[in-house]
Design a protein around this ligand. Structure first.
Ligand code: SAM
Ligand code: SF4
Length: 267
């Protein structure tokens, strides 16, 4: 069992499988893109699976795959299958922008993915293009429709807002969610570099006192906290040791991070 210095039980691992993305959301990535990691800096699927086995043997039972955009990593369905086959995982989920979900929803479900969180900030096509800088909302909506038919245990929507759920875009997304019986969480735009973060409205994120998470970044570091620069390299320390060091270093409260970005640690 993993318990940190402040008595919090750590059971939840978020794995960022890539720093790449097919969108450029204004609050997440610069328009011109990022200095992408070299493929050799990404962990291989075998390394991610070995790492996940270490994590589960130490007490992790809930896993979320994220990115960047997890569906742009080649072979992602195979990775889901390998992780789903590990004994001891009670909850296996993915966060996605759903641009490619039409193609992937069924294979992901068949590979053992249990739940999906889909990012949807607006249901206005023009606004969606402005916010994502390149996305086509229709793909997302069709992806959601298809995913709803595939039998996932739960599909939640993540809606990023400036300040609150009362903003017009968020109100429309809430209505869309209610009409389909989907849960929704409103995430106020955060800034890692200046430590501006808030409790997620409708979720558990951002509430340090109940934080039960560690993260694996796309470049293979175990991070004790999104709002901290501390990280332990899996290649340097080995998976189990890096996890123990991260849990031991979990701060009571997040502060800020000059090195992490949402696209490389997954939010
Ligand atoms: N590409 C996938 C997606 O967008 O769902 C997964 C990765 S994305 C980094 C994970 C979550 O972080 C998304 O729900 C996204 O909206 C959120 N996010 C990204 N930048 C953010 C920011 N500056 N403040 C708050 N949430 C942010
Ligand atoms: Fe890509 Fe997700 Fe960041 Fe948008 S929020 S740019 S979809 S990683």
């Amino acid at each position: 069992m993993l318990i940190d210095k402040f008595g919090r039980k750590i059971e939840y691992l978020r794995i960022s499988v890539t720093d790449r993305c097919n969108l450029r959301c204004v609050y997440c990535m610069p328009e011109e893109g990022i200095n992408e990691l070299k493929h050799t800096d990404l962990l291989t699927f075998e390394e991610i699976v070995d790492f996940t086995k270490c994590a589960v043997s130490l007490g992790i039972n809930k896993i979320r795959l994220t990115g960047g955009e997890p569906l742009v990593r080649k072979g992602i369905v195979g990775l889901v299958k390998m992780i789903a086959d590990i004994d001891g995982i009670d909850d296996l989920a993915m966060t996605t922008n759903a641009i490619l979900l039409k193609e992937f929803a069924l294979p992901l479900k068949e590979a053992g993915l249990q739940r999906l969180n889909i990012s949807l900030d607006t249901i206005d096509g023009k606004k969606f293009q402005q916010l994502s800088r390149r996305g086509n909302l229709q793909n997302v909506l069709e992806g959601i429709d298809l995913a709803m038919k595939c039998g996932f245990r739960k599909i939640k929507l993540n809606c990023v807002v400036q300040e609150s759920r009362n903003e017009p875009n968020a109100v429309q997304v809430a209505k869309y969610a209610a009409e389909r019986g989907l849960e929704i969480r409103f995430i106020r735009t955060m800034k890692l570099s200046t430590g501006e973060f808030w409790i997620v409205d409708g979720g558990k994120g951002g509430n340090c006192s109940i934080c039960n998470r560690i993260r694996l970044s796309s470049n293979g570091k175990v991070l004790p906290c999104l709002f901290s620069d501390i990280g332990f390299s899996v290649k340097e320390f080995g998976g189990c040791e890096a996890i123990k060091m991260a849990v031991e270093s979990k701060p009571l409260k997040g502060s800020l991070s000059k090195t992490h970005e949402f696209y490389n640690v997954g939010g």
